[in-house]
Design a protein around this ligand. Sequence first.
Ligand SMILES: [Zn+2]
Length: 254
Amino acid sequence: MDKATEAGGVGATVPAAPPSPEAGTARTSVTQRAIAQIKAMIADGTLRAGQRLPTEREFAVQLGLSRSSMREATRALTSLGVLEARHGAGVYVTGLRPSDLLETFGVVAEFSRGTALIELIQVRRILEPYATSIAAARITPEQLAEVHTHLERIGEGTSVEEMVAADLDFHQAIVSAAGNSALTAIVEGLSSRTFRARVWRGHKDAGVVSRLRNDHDRIYQALIQRDPEAARAAATTHILEVENWLRANIADYQ
Ligand SMILES: [Zn+2]
């Protein structure tokens, strides 16, 4: 064990190996235990953000696991954004930033339909106006200039694809200006590109795309005025427009 610990570069005490051998135990439970052990090592600081893991063989020995269980655990934690395989350089703990850990969260928005989709938009209606109001207080002239570029793209966009891309960039720039990376990652995760495209297409087909464009003008004006309350109100109105559009067209989203 000493030798493996030394070679692996993980200095602190390694959690005790499971008492029973893997043979005869369901594979999933062994893998689950391996996942729990690695998570515990990250939580208590034995493994830190950006640190390289010992080799698969060494780490399996340390944790008292088979290499195949170790591999499955590593894969699972990689898909969760906790670990990352760097080609030819081994497996590392990610930066453990909210954006790393919430990457998979985006599928919630992409896969939600019906009432679940309405509920997600209601959560956006709580978070995005808040982020927009903070941005109004903190946004730098450079960030404001960037938001303006995206606003112009929204105004000039002729295709739905152009308008959706500009719309995403517009809100992303604003939420980033609020300066809270956890909030940015959550708001981005709540936002579905597919759904956004359908909202813009729906408005375009109904000849009311100006409603969405005006929403963005109002948000931008509030940012220029550095008026957090107006920014919050404008963002709420914008998301309500989307929410109401969804309610009216919910039959298409069941
Ligand atoms: Zn928008």
